[in-house]
Each structure stands twice: as structure tokens, then as C-alpha cells.
Design a protein around this ligand. Structure first.
Ligand SMILES: [Zn+2]
Length: 226
């Protein structure tokens, strides 16, 4: 299925995004390649009003922006492509876990907000790490370990089997009251954590929950409950 890219669907919004981003970031350039918008150039890291560093980057804007997030890649080999530097196996920057999109890049945010917010934080972190400082943004781990930590905090449990059961309640199209409650009480969902699960379903998209479920199950699914 080919989807018409956002910038063709709404050329005025695209013009505005392009103008606001390039007015602030003079060294970023927009190109259109096979119907996809790609932004390339050098991105400045500001710290206490002055430019601390610069990174050569490439940003791919997905056709379904801003529902799907842009992919950020560091070009020129400046940052080692390892999880410890928040770079995923596919070479793209790990800006935050998908479940936290609403916190770091809420609906209605602009493309400029994306550069000013998550992208700037990411490269400020990288610049500080290059200077021997610790990663400054929370203790969240990388990749699947970060997803586990997110759910451990959210569900107040370290039991991976409970976390997986909750995720299984988030992926079907509809919530059913007769499901067994994922908390392990043995009661039906409607008599236990039904409204909590309902609230989770409002904030975590099914697609995101499904991807996290598969990732956690693959990584930790065989561990016995702790
Ligand atoms: Zn319960």
C-alpha cells in the first residue's frame, strides 16, 4: 500500500514546516526523494545560550507524519552505532520509547517542535557524553530494556509475566469485562483493574502495545516470575 505523503496532502502545512525549521536551523536542507521528505545538514547543540557542538544528521519524515515520528540518523560516523549511545540496531536514533510519545512529542506538535525538543535533547546528551559527562536525561535504558522499565514504573511491578498480561489486554480492538484481570487477583477485569486498563488503552496505541509485547516476550518471555 502506498500512502500519499503528508507534504503532498497538505502543501501549506509543509511550506510552513519547511519555513519555520530553516529560519531557525540555517544549515538544514529539505529534499524530496521518491515522494518522501528528507532533511539533511548540520544541527547545532545549544547550551547556556552558546553553540556547544554540531552534528551532521539526516531526518526522514514518514508519509504519515506527525502520527508517525521522523527517523533521525547521524551521518559521518560521529557517534558509534551502539545501544549505549541510544542508537538502535537499524542505525536510527532512539529518542524515547514509543509509549512516551505523548510526553515528549504530543499530538499537534510541529516539525520545529520536533527539532527544538526531542532532537535537541538527544544531541545535547550526545555532546555531553562526548565530553565525558553521563547521559543527562533520566536513567531509562536503551531499546527493549527501556520498554521494560517504562512498564515496570507504569504498572508498579517488576514481574514480567504481569507486564505481558497487561500488554495482552491493550492490543485487542475491544476490551472485554470477562477477561481475567492481568494483575493476578484471579478476578474478572470488570471487577478489578478494568478502568485502569481502559485508561491505559486511551494513552497507549494498540500498535505500540503490540510491538512492545512482541519485543518483551522475545527478550524476557521465558523468565520465570520474580
Ligand atoms: Zn486486577
Amino acid at each position: 500500500m502506498t500512502r500519499t505523503s503528508w507534504h503532498l496532502v497538505d502543501p501549506a502545512a509543509y511550506d510552513l514546516a519547511k519555513r519555520t525549521v530553516t529560519e531557525k536551523y540555517h544549515h538544514l536542507h529539505f529534499v524530496e526523494h521518491n515522494g518522501i521528505v528528507i532533511i539533511r545538514g548540520s544541527f547545532p547543540v545549544l547550551f547556556e545560550q552558546r553553540e556547544l557542538d554540531r552534528f551532521a544528521i539526516e531526518v526522514i519524515i514518514p508519509p504519515d507524519f506527525s502520527r508517525d515520528l521522523p527517523l533521525v540518523r547521524v551521518t559521518g560516523g560521529r557517534i558509534p552505532p551502539i545501544l549505549d549511545r541510544h542508537i538502535n540496531n537499524d542505525g536510527f536514533a532512539c529518542l524515547f520509547v514509543a509509549e512516551e510519545k505523548a510526553k515528549y512529542y504530543p499530538d499537534g506538535s510541529s516539525l520545529l517542535d520536533f527539532f527544538d525538543g526531542p532532537v535537541h535533547s538527544f544531541f545535547l546528551g550526545q555532546a555531553l557524553v562526548d565530553r565525558g559527562e553521563p547521559w543527562p536525561f533520566g536513567e531509562r535504558s536503551h531499546g527493549v530494556a527501556g520498554i521494560r522499565e517504562y512498564y515496570e514504573e507504569l504498572l508498579a511491578t517488576t514481574d514480567i509475566s504481569v507486564i505481558l498480561k497487561y500488554l495482552q489486554c491493550l492490543t485487542p480492538r475491544e476490551q472485554k469485562g470477562h477477561w481475567e484481570c492481568p494483575c493476578g487477583s484471579g478476578r474478572k477485569l470488570r471487577h478489578c483493574h478494568g478502568s485502569f486498563v481502559y485508561k491505559l488503552r486511551q494513552s497507549i496505541p494498540r500498535k505500540v502495545a503490540k510491538v512492545s509485547y512482541e519485543a518483551l516476550k522475545k527478550e524476557y518471555g521465558t523468565q520465570s516470575p520474580s
